[in-house]
Design a protein around this ligand. Structure first.
Ligand code: RAM
Length: 524
């Protein structure tokens, strides 16, 4: 019955409503800022097992020297921009020798990391499309010419190959630069840190966030270049402590709200070009993060109008999630990609998702209290049912929460239970200590889940342990030469990728940008 009403509303009135929401998203579209960046040098890619993925970039010659030279066909060189860059490559090309009697053909390969230049893309056999690998071949009919590559790339290194000029002329690059783009403005909350490593960590986090701030908060400027809810939530949190470009958060919330499915569920991610369309991926946890992101947004901005307007969408996520609990208030388990939680093979997601539900309902209650919309009672009843069911997940012998039929003990489950606040503070602390001591096999895979670990430690008054994790994990990426923080990082397995190849991993990734949030919010 409830569904029927929703469907009826969906046709007509609802469609208008969605258009209004998308118009609001459009109104909050940011402008992109441009900055010209020049390479600092050329580098040689050298195999060296001491370095991450077995490749190091060794200084070859300065940029000034490199552009003073002429390049015959067959020449290959690699530019180093000295930092992670997102934008459009521009070159001034001139012929040297006879008049150019044939088109010039150049091939470019872009890499956020040395491995992307060092290894051949033709050997890529991961399961994500190889078209994510950044390369491009151009033909230039007339010379001299200033040429700008049409596609935006994310890189530090660019390999340039002169595939063809002609026997009669060589090519000279009078200048090479990148028009870098980002919608990030000014860091409004800079911190003065005495510890160099923390300071550098803060800088890299802010840089990671800035490079992901485009027309929307992208998950990664190399891949997927898309607005994902789980990533948005963490970017928004970091943004409140750095750029404070709250209109960009608002825009993203409206984008999700404007394209729900017929039931009213928000998609896990949306495409924004050429038109706004939701992806056909729906995740239990990500949908609930619409609710929590709205609360976070309101807390940061006091924008009551947005809160009022988007509350029905948030409410609907809770209603739909409520349908997935059984008569005992336990969230039903499902197979596969129904909830994200983490990139961990074999991870059972039931208990962590149940905890996320509790976490989100608690946040929603704080909203309804503000809105005085008479919905607090319903949410309290739901919360009570969910909390009652927590005992179902507790294993009194192992002293851990377990998940699924197999009663799996994972890090993710314990962490989310702590964040959901289902234990008394002392018990949460004990649980986290036990977790660190016993090291259950279902460990954490991504900076995304490590974020939640650090947050759980900080919420449990374990500041020192939180700093240790930041230093070990994000500090580990820095020791490996990170310019921005990565999508995936497993200290014991540098080649880890859930996509079958570390070449396709993103090395500037939204969900990895949160050290700045921790450092600033918790004054680490
Ligand atoms: C990948 C991306 C994205 C993440 C999803 C779940 O596609 O890394 O950031 O949110 O997975």
């Amino acid at each position: 019955m409830e569904n029927q009403t929703f469907f009826q509303q969906h046709n007509g009135q609802q469609v208008n409503r969605e258009k209004q929401l998308l118009d609001k998203a459009e109104d909050a579209r940011p402008s992109l800022h441009h900055k010209e960046i020049q390479p600092v040098s050329t580098v040689k890619l050298v195999r060296d097992d001491y370095y991450i993925h077995g490749w190091k970039a060794e200084f070859s010659e300065t940029y000034e020297r490199a552009i003073g030279k002429t390049y015959p066909r067959g020449s290959v060189f690699t530019l180093d921009f000295g930092e992670h860059t997102v934008g459009y490559l521009k070159l001034q090309l001139s012929p040297v020798g006879s008049p150019p009697d044939a088109p010039l053909c150049l091939k470019f390969k872009f890499g956020e990391m040395p491995v992307e230049i060092g290894e051949s893309f033709s050997e890529y056999n991961g399961w994500l499309s190889s078209s994510w690998l950044q390369e491009e071949t151009i033909y230039v009919d007339t010379l001299p010419q200033e040429y700008q590559l049409p596609r935006r790339y994310a890189f530090r290194y660019v390999q340039v190959e002169v595939v063809e000029s002609s026997p009669k002329y060589d090519v000279c690059f009078d200048f090479i630069s990148c028009t870098a783009v980002s919608s990030a403005e000014k860091d409004r909350y800079p911190v003065y840190l005495t510890d160099d490593k923390l300071k550098n960590m803060d800088n890299l986090s802010v840089k990671t966030l800035a490079d992901c701030m485009q027309d929307v908060f992208e998950d990664g400027p190399k891949r997927d270049r898309r607005l994902w809810l789980g990533d948005l939530r963490l970017q928004a949190l970091t943004n409140y402590w750095t750029f404070q470009q709250n209109d960009l958060v608002k825009r993203c919330l409206y984008l999700f709200a404007g394209v729900p499915n017929k039931e009213g569920r928000v998609a896990a991610n949306v495409f924004t070009e050429p038109a706004v369309i939701p992806d056909d991926t729906y995740l239990f946890d990500y949908a609930l993060f619409f609710v929590t992101s709205l609360v976070d947004y309101y807390e940061a901005t006091s924008d009551i109008e947005t809160l009022q307007e988007l509350w029905p969408v948030a409410r609907r996520q809770i209603e739909l999630s409520e349908k997935q609990i059984d008569e005992n208030g336990i969230l039903k388990d499902q197979e596969g990609w129904w909830s994200f939680i983490d990139w961990k093979e074999g991870l059972n997601k039931q208990a962590a998702s149940h905890a996320i539900f509790i976490y989100s309902v608690k946040k929603a209650i704080s909203l309804t209290e503000l809105l005085h919309n008479g919905e607090t009672e319903w949410l309290h009843r739901l919360l009570h049912r969910l909390e009652q069911a927590v005992s179902f997940f507790w294993d009194a012998e192992q002293l851990f929460f377990v998940s699924g039929k197999e009663r799996q003990v994972s890090w993710a489950t314990q962490i989310w239970m702590v964040l959901a606040g289902v234990l008394k503070p002392d018990d949460s602390r004990e649980l986290l200590k036990r977790l660190r001591k016993c090291q259950p096999a279902y460990s954490l895979s991504t900076p995304y889940m490590y974020h939640h670990f650090v947050e759980a430690l900080l919420c449990s008054d374990m500041k020192q342990e939180a700093v240790e994790v930041l230093m070990e994990y994000w500090g580990g990426m820095m020791d490996e030469g990170a310019d921005t923080f990565w999508e995936l990082y497993k200290p014991q397995d540098a080649s880890f990728s859930p996509y079958g190849s570390h070449i396709i991993n993103s090395y500037c990734h939204a969900w990895s940008c949160t050290p700045a949030y921790f450092i600033r919010k918790y004054q680490l």
